[in-house]
Structures are given as structure tokens and as C-alpha cells.
Write a protein that binds this ligand. Sequence first.
Ligand SMILES: NC(=O)c1ccc[n+]([C@@H]2O[C@H](COP(=O)([O-])OP(=O)(O)OC[C@H]3O[C@@H](n4cnc5c(N)ncnc54)[C@H](OP(=O)(O)O)[C@@H]3O)[C@@H](O)[C@H]2O)c1
Length: 1015
Amino acid sequence: MASDVSSNLFHLSWTADIRPMPANATARRWPRCAVLAEQNPERAIEVATAIGAAPVHRDLTALIDGPSSVGTEDPELVVWLPPLVDAGSVDVPAAVHAVTEQALRLLQAWMDNPRLTDTRLIILTHHAIATSPLDGAPDLAQAAVWGLVRTAQNEYPNRFALLDTDHHEASYRQIRHLLTRHILEEEEGQLALRQGVVHTSRLTRVRSDDILSLPAAASWRLDTVGKGTLANLVLSAGPDPVAPGALLHRESTGTPTESAECGSAEAARLATTVDIAGPGPEQALADGHIRMRIRASGLNFRDVMVALGLVGDDGLGLEGAGVVTEVSPNVDGPAVGDRVMGFVPDSFAPAGVTDQRMVIPVPRHWSFTDAASAPVAYLTAYHALSELAEVQAGQRVLIHAGAGGVGMAAIRLARHAGAEVFATASPAKWPILREMGLDDDHIASSRSLEFKAKFLQVTGGQGMHVVLDCLKGEFVDASLELLPNGGSFIEIGKTDVRDAGQVAAMYPGVVYQAVDRALGDPGVIHRLFTRLAPLFEDGTLPALPISTYDIRQARQAFRDMSQARHVGKIVFTLPNAPDGSGTVLITGGTGTLGGLLARHLVTEHGMRNLLLVSRRGPDSDGAVGLVEELTELGARVTVAACDIADPAALAALLDSIPQQHPLTAVVHAAGVLADATVPALTPHHLHRVLRPKVDAAWNLHQQTRHLDLAGFVLFSSLSGTVGSPGQGNYAAANAYLDALAHHRRHLGLPVTSLAWGYWQPATGMTSHLSGSDKSRLARFGFTPITTEHGMKLYDAALTTGLPALAPAPLDLRVLTAQSRTGTLPKILTGLSATFVRRRAGDAGTAPSFAAEMAGLGSADRRERLLRLVQAQAVMVLGHGTSTSLDPEQPFKALGFDSLTALELRNHLGHHTGLKLPPTLIFDHPNPRALCAYLDSRFSSVIPKESSDLLSELNRFEAALASAALDEDEKFAIEAKLNGLLEGLGRSRRQSDAVVEHIMSASTDEIFDLIDKTIS
Ligand SMILES: NC(=O)c1ccc[n+]([C@@H]2O[C@H](COP(=O)([O-])OP(=O)(O)OC[C@H]3O[C@@H](n4cnc5c(N)ncnc54)[C@H](OP(=O)(O)O)[C@@H]3O)[C@@H](O)[C@H]2O)c1
């Protein structure tokens, strides 16, 4: 990606704040709070209890008029909970309009009341935003409220704060602390709580190391260029050729490792023993094989182990769903065009080949992502419970790691068989088990041995009939002791497989079975699929909960799985190439940006069939000229008058698309403005602006979701992300679009929401902007987008695979100036801080690191090492760019497990050049102890006291690299250095020239310079 493009492409990133709790945290005075109940009395009471028995008021009038129950003083904080909207069961557009209007009325009443001037209103939403793909689909109505409130925050600073929760017990425990520290003391305006961890939002540049690039070749696959770290995952062109018809028998010689999820190791075994028939996608098919276009593919723990080099190199990906594109002559089941799911070797690729016996049709109501999540989990669980343990109605069955893919499948199968199910999971995932119908007597932690005593007590000492295990060591012993009357113990893990005879001798009556190799046989897979298929089809066995990632986000997905952050399954979607003869629908296609994009799609993307739509259609200004121009360029263009917000009108429009040019992509660029500040916005203003974004995008989403589109692009605006004074309605509409993008991503549907900055060409929506409006935008740091640059940004954004981005040139100098005066909105502070933080975390190459160490005294060396360990640990944990990590806290408590510990070791080895033992993190259990160890390794090779001047300068350089300096300090240091240079008789000309160059550089050039400096 060219730097002028990459430096202008941003996204909203949510970073876990893992700073230690301040020492005075428990002794501090808590703010006086109150809660407004309105439609959510039960949740309001929960929140009120969590923030220290705060009084609950029916609504704002009751709060203002009623007798104060918090003494004579008014509350400092009032919490409001907007109504929840379940997208599956309500009229979504109507709910978005209603909830946003309700929020608007409350904000207006709040601003109108002088008594509330010093009180802050906290809008407490529930899953209104997606902090990561693990969050699932956001609440679309509450998301729109976020856009509205962001604007209210711009207009009335420090009067409103947004807080999004996940309803987790641990999150409720944090609320009071968060309200006090983050909102009142640190003035954060937008926060999220996930499983008790506070997340802050910052607009950040899309970093190329987070996104894997798609090779230009049609054939590619996910691969690793070196085992040991997930940073080595790449998408590489062309599959390795496999001889036609050859049968490969893959056998693992890998080291067993602790499995974070039940069945994960079984997935590894499956992959290592399945007889896989070639060829790769470009070769002739062997007998009985089919070729398919893969649309979604399930990630298994085994893939993480392969990527980390813990099992033999078997390729990545083993299950998937897609469309059959070719069958060998003797295939009698699947036909070309069928939607199928099943076992597909090397399935993290756009095409794959498999044995016809290893796939079944995708159940009618399942999407490709639903289908890709099921094969490994359901077949493993079914084989274990039904065929090996022969679970019967009335039996008691314990399922370890019940919130993982196999665990959830097993719970459903055991309940379907009429068994009484007990399950373990980490406490953070207990709500999932409760949602599956288990009460607290049947749930215990998989992290402690207490489950044995608890379940023995609940069952009156009788224990279980069947245990499905994937744990190891004393957990296996405790699980065996849960079979006091004998029974079946099925081991699906690989880390602690025992001898069945020895188990029988020690635990009389216990039949111990490790899931055998039979599952590697296509015939067995076929038999199991035949039994499960009707249960999938009739809904008895529903699809598993999934978190969906584009394949280009593989590094993040692997990291999330390695830390068992997910529930159910992680599934990748594979990008879909547009059908060159297909139709592209552009709503607002006769508008300015719609027209510009239409030209771009014809000239640069070779699209030949365009359907341009607006309410005025052919009567729109310039429509005739646009059609002529596009036709001359070789396109067939239809211009239609259609109000996309009207579902019936849209349905008729879609019906009119000729079958020979089926719809292949949608670009939704319709929109209108009706600007007014939040206090002046009327419901009319609000609904008028919401309609072409909210209703229209929902209609497009609903009416095209059954089509396997290649693209679904939403033209959103940065106003929805950062707020925009005078455009609360427009910000709400665009925040909704961004949330809809996450909603679609969760469903495995293609989507890119582009929250544009403002465009230079005057458009129907911006032609009213005056010179002073434009100067105001420039003062906020917005640089207008030229047509050429905008089209480059469009293309670049679509290559990232991210669901929501902000293509918006921002003037870094303006932002820096705002930062100096303390006026830079918090959400933009990540942009100027990137430089300092990245330098602090980057250790450079191993030789230069060793040289740096040699130049430091012992105290500085330790400090430098601590920063390195903290930065790398934070990176491995996937906590964004935050470097604050408590050095005394054990790695285990920070979230490290055996795999992440290994990865941290690998990173530290890479950066320091030291050969480090695999047990590094266990031998030195916290960052401080680890630093002491690393320091001892360096100090043994470094001369004790290095006192020459260059060493001192090295030391200064290291300190400078990590210091967060303000401008005054930088000038003081610069003056001192210039003085030193003069002392050496050196001229200042060269440095002056550099300063001049920087002062005259454009934003793009500055970002480019920063990139080069960092790399
Ligand atoms: N220009 C910018 O600086 C900028 C910045 C950020 C985001 N955007 C977004 O980019 C998109 C295009 O904006 P633009 O600047 O090109 O404005 P524009 O020239 O006014 O185009 C908007 C188009 O939307 C159509 N439209 C409005 N409501 C519709 C409906 N219900 N059904 C069908 N078509 C409808 C309008 O035509 P009719 O009135 O005939 O229906 C018009 O053709 C908008 O979504 C806008 O929010 C623009």
C-alpha cells in the first residue's frame, strides 16, 4: 500500500487498559451516582447495586423533581440505559429511529436543565460497539445512539460519557472504579468493559503487520514462513503441488501441548491422520473427489499448534464450507453448484479438493460460516459420546471445557440423548453455559479442582456415568474419581493419554478410551455425517456460536484462539472475487461520489453492468451525461428512480436485474443532510437523515443476504466515529452503518464500511459548505479528499478485509498543535502517540540490541529490558499498543498460558539474540524476574563499567527513544545538543535543513518519514 494511502487509512481500535489499579483505589471517595430506570428497571437495579447502592429514578423528571435520596447534594454522575434491541426479533429500522429519538430527547432535556450543568450523564449501552470480532453483532439502535452522543460530546465537552458493557459480572465489578478513574479523573468519553477489562477507543492507522496481503495470484493459501510465532503467518501464492491421486498419510510427530479447548488436540489428531487425496486446485481430480470454492473455513486449535511449530507441518485448515465447482466422473453425490460443508484439507484457501464422502449439503438455514464451524466439533463430540460412550437417557455426563467448540457440541448432543449434563469452563464463560440451560449446580470451573467435590456433592456422591475429558494431570485424576461406580471415560485431548488397563486397575469399572484413529477414515466420516445431517437440517443441533474473521486477520484470530478468548468456534471468511459480468448496484449512484465511483469501477475494475439508483433517478442533475460517459467507457448502465428506504420498491428494483448479469456487489452511497446542533435537532431532522442510511442499508442487507455477493460497501462518515458538531443526526446514521458492517461480518457476509473524511469536490450534500465551514474543518485537522486520492483510498480499504475503516486524510500538524493545547479529542490521541510507543516497544535487530545493552549502565539496562518485556508481552497478549503492564504480576495472572509463554520466549529471543529456554516464562514468573534473568545473560558478556563517551551517548539515545517529551522539553534538548555540536566545532547547517524540511512537509510526507524511521 502506498504511503500516501496507508497514512490516511484509519480504524477505531479498542485497547485493553491493563494498568495496575492505583494504590489508593479502594480508599478513594466514590462519586455520588444515580440511575435512570425507564424501560430497563432490572438492569438499572443491577447497575445501581454495582455502583454502590445508587438511587434509581424512573426517569429524568423523577430525578429532578423527586426527593433526593443521596443527601442534599445532586449526583455527580447519572447513568442512563437505552433500551436493548434484538435484531433477530424486531423491526430494526423502527427500533433505531425510536431509541435514537429517545436518546435525543434525553440529551436535550439534560442540556436544558441548568441544575445538571455539573453532573455528567453516562450512557450505558450493552454491546453497542464491537471492540473485536469476539464481540459478535452489535446492537444497531444503541450504536446509533453512540453517534448522536459523540456529537453531543463535541458540542458540550465533558458533560456526557459513553460506556459499553457486556453484562459480565466482572465488568459490573469494575463500573464504579471506571466511572471514577477513567471518566471523572482522566476525562475519557468512550469506554467499553469486556469481562471486567476496561477498553479505550482510539483512531489508529491501519498497520500492514496486522493485515495479511492477498497475493495477486488466483491461487493462494494461509501459510507460515517460520514456525514459532504467529507473526510468521502469511498468505502465499499457489498451493504446493500434490501428485494427482496421491494419498498422503499425515502423521504427527509433534510435541503434546496443553489444549485450551476440549477437542482441540482431537482436531489435531484428525488432521494428522486423515488420508488426504491430492491434487491441488489446478490439477486433475482423483476418483471420488470434488473441487470447491471455499467460502468459510473453521479454525481449530491444531492450526495454532502447527503455526507455532508444535506439531508436524500438515498445512493449515481442515474444515470448510463452499460451493462445488467440479466433480470427478465417478462422483455420485455432490453436483456442481451445490453448497457443501465438511473436511477439506488446506482449507484456508479460496479453493480446495476433498473426498466426496467427507462433505454433506449445507443445511438450508445455515450460512457458510455456520456450516464451516460444525464438522470437527460435532463429529468429534458425536463419535465420543454416541459411539464410544454410548450415552443413554438419564445418565449423568460431565463435559470439560463446555464453552469450546467440541464442548458445546457435546453438551447439545448429550442433552439430545436425554442425559443430565454437567460442564466445566473458565468462570468468565459460565454465562454461556447458563444460556445453554445449565444451572449453577451443573457448572464448575475448569481452572481449579473444586469441580470434583462440587459435583460429588450435587450428585449425592454418585458422580458421573460418562466423562468427556481434554484436561491433563491432576484434573484427569479428579475426573476419574468422579466415576466412583465405574463408567465411561473418553479422552479427546492429546496431552495426557493414559493406559486403559492401568486406569481399569486403579478405578474399577471405569472403561477408559482415547478417541481412536477411526475418525481419520473418510468412510467413518461419511457414516457420522449421515447420522448428524438430519439433526442439523431439522434444527435439533443448531450451528455453534461463532466469531468471524476475514482470512486477512488470521494473525489476530490465531492469537485469540491460542488464548482461548473465543466461545464456540472461530471461523474465517474467504474473499469472493466479483463476477465480471455481474451487476453492481450503486445507491446514490447519480449523486457526486456515486458517479465518481461508477467511473472508477468501470475504468479500474472492469465492471461492465451498473445499476445507478436515486429517488430522482434519470431526472437527477447530470444523470444523462453520466450515462453517456459510462457507456462510452464500455459499460451498460441503467439509471432507476427508487427510494431504497422503501422495502417494496427495493424488492422490485432487485427483481429487475437481468439473470444473465446477476447482482455481484452493492455500494450504498445514498444520504441526505439536515444539520442542526443537538439542542436544536427536531425529530423530523433526525428521521429524515436516518432514513436513507438506516432503513435503506437494512433493506439492502436483508434483501441481498442470500446472494453470495463479492462486495457490500457502505459510504459512512467520520462524523459517526468522532462526532461532528451540528450533525448529531448524521453521526447517528453513520455510526449505525459502521455497526451494521460489524453485524454483517459476524454473519460471515461481505462488507466494508468507509467512514470518509470530507471530499474536495462539492457534492449534493456538501455544496452548501461555506469558506468558514471549510476553515473550521481544517482547524479540526481534516484535509479534503481529492477524487484521485479518494479512489486510491477506496481500493486500499477494500484490500484490508476489515469491516469498518475511516479513509480520512488528517493533518498531523494540526492534531499535534491541538495536543499541545490539550484540545485534541481523546479518540485522536492515538495518532500522535504511535511514534513514541512504537519506538519504545521495538527493540530493533538483535545485534543492535546487544550493542545498545553494551552502552548502558546496569540500572538503565534493566529498565530497557523491562520495557522490552512489557511491550512484547502486551503484543503477544494482543492488547494493542498499550505498554503498561504490572511488572510484579505473575505472567499467569496476566493471561499467559503455555502457548503464549512460548511465543513470548520466541519474540524475546528474536529481539535480544539470546538463546532462551522454553521454560523461560515459568522459571521467571513475572516481568521483573524475567528482566533480572535477561540482564544476567547480558551482563555476563558486557564489560562491567563502560565509561567512554560513546557509551554515554548510547545510553542517552536509548533514554531519548523511550521518553514521552513535550515540545518545550524537545526544544531544550535540541538546544543542548546544538551547543554540544558547536563545542565539537561542527556546523548546525545540516540539522537546520532537516528541521526546515520537516516544517514544510505534508502530512503524508511526515507519516512516510515516521514509517521509514521506525522501520
Ligand atoms: N461528500 C462528502 O464529503 C462525504 C463525506 C463523508 C461521507 N459521505 C457520504 O457519501 C455518500 C454520497 O454523498 P455525496 O456527497 O456524493 O452526496 P450527493 O451528491 O448528495 O449524493 C447522495 C445521493 O443519495 C441519493 N439519495 C438520498 N436518499 C435516497 C434514498 N432514500 N434512496 C435512494 N437514493 C437516495 C440522492 O439522490 P435523490 O435525492 O435523488 O434521492 C443523491 O444522489 C453519502 O452517503 C454521504 O453520507 C460524503
